[in-house]
Write a protein that binds this ligand. Structure first.
Ligand code: NAG
Ligand code: NAG
Ligand code: NAG
Ligand code: NAG
Ligand code: NAG
Length: 306
């Protein structure tokens, strides 16, 4: 009897699964609207506090970073003859690799997909960010100005107009900081006094992590001006990642991180060792264990799997 039951149950189970598979295949073949999850571009991708250093070097800037859940990217920008080109140095510039084509237009496209305008979203007041799993997490975009900062800033602000008009930029206005899908932060030659004077402000400043307490800078550092503070790891910490970290190097990490934390600012150490891999890993681990927020990475896959 038992034998008989099993014999008849097994083919039935197989038929059930096969029947469902056949229905799935038919739905997929019919391109059913039921299967199209509207904001699926970054589905299942968890945002991580990783900064994509020299993001524009990647085969596909921005999108590759998003595919790993990287929540901060960096573009080096040159203002030449009124156009903003993206690249590490003059030799790397081409007519087409502009801030608009590499970052602004792709961001508009991604955010357009995350923010469909329809009867369901009509009451939504804050736009979704790029990450579907965490729509309130802004993407940080660092603009490293390579040419004259005072000259480039107004052109850059204008370049962001399409994102600004769509309400996608984090903004400090009338004493209130309102986070949105993209937080733009100036670094490199970004001019501090001009950034401070912006009202409203949707271009922020990458603060000097080792000088947050330095009165000669005449600046009150807080997230309404500087959501991030960075420093060159090599000069601020210097430990190679091999052997034991010297006490003064470790105390610098904890001191600089504490200076940032006390102001609600997120810390980043760039120029960390890239090789040997065990040294890179030891430095990343030491930084994160001691409260550093952003992991500055060239190898996004390694950082995402860290
Ligand atoms: C910038 O303009 C000058 C003068 O018209 C021209 O000679 C030069 O080639 C231009 N540079 C670029 C990168 O377009
Ligand atoms: C690339 O740049 C050239 C020269 O400026 C322009 O004619 C062309 O339309 C650009 N291509 C794209 C895809 O924007
Ligand atoms: C800031 O306040 C001014 C004057 O009250 C107002 O016109 C403006 O819309 C406000 N800006 C924002 C972004 O709330
Ligand atoms: C200090 O900063 C304030 C506010 O940005 C500015 O008005 C003032 O001129 C600055 N003073 C010096 C000495 O730079
Ligand atoms: C610690 O930071 C100070 C700057 O505040 C710097 O002069 C010193 O070299 C740093 N120490 C190490 C070990 O990097």
């Amino acid at each position: 009897m038992l034998h008989l039951l099993l014999a008849s149950a097994l083919p039935l189970l197989a038929a059930g699964k096969a029947t469902i598979d056949a229905q799935i295949a038919a739905l997929e073949a019919a391109n059913s609207p039921l299967l199209a999850y509207p904001s699926q571009l970054t589905q299942n991708i968890v945002p991580k506090p990783i900064h994509s250093h020299n993001d524009y070097w990647r085969d596909v800037p921005l999108l590759e970073a998003l595919s790993f859940g990287v929540a901060s990217v960096e573009a080096d920008v040159f203002l030449i003859n009124g156009t903003l080109f993206v690249g590490h140095e003059e030799a790397a510039l081409t007519p087409n690799r502009t801030l608009d084509l590499l970052y602004i237009q792709p961001l508009l496209k991604v955010l357009g997909e995350q923010n469909p305008q329809n009867v369901f979203t009509v009451g939504q007041t804050t736009p979704n960010g790029v990450f579907d799993t965490s729509s309130g997490t802004p993407l940080q975009l660092l603009i490293d100005i390579k040419t004259d900062g005072v000259e480039a800033l107004p052109v850059i602000l204008q370049a962001f107009d399409p994102l600004r008009k769509a309400g996608y930029l984090t903004t400090f206005a009338n004493g209130t900081l309102t986070e949105s899908a993209v937080t733009v932060v100036g670094t490199g030659n970004s001019p501090l006094e001009q950034v401070k004077a912006l009202e409203p402000r949707d271009y922020f400043f990458d603060a000097p992590l080792t000088q947050l307490t330095d009165p000669s800078l005449n600046t009150t550092w807080d997230p309404t001006l500087a959501p991030i503070a960075s420093t060159d790891y090599e000069s601020a910490v210097g430990w190679s990642g091999i052997g034991t970290i010297p006490a003064d190097a470790l105390s610098n990490i904890t001191r600089f991180v504490a200076d940032a934390d006390a102001r609600g600012i997120k810390s980043r150490f760039w120029d960390t060792p890239g090789w040997p891999i065990r040294a890179r890993t030891a430095v990343w681990q030491t930084l994160l264990e001691n409260g550093a927020f952003w992991l500055n990475a060239d190898d996004l896959e390694a950082a995402a799997n860290f």
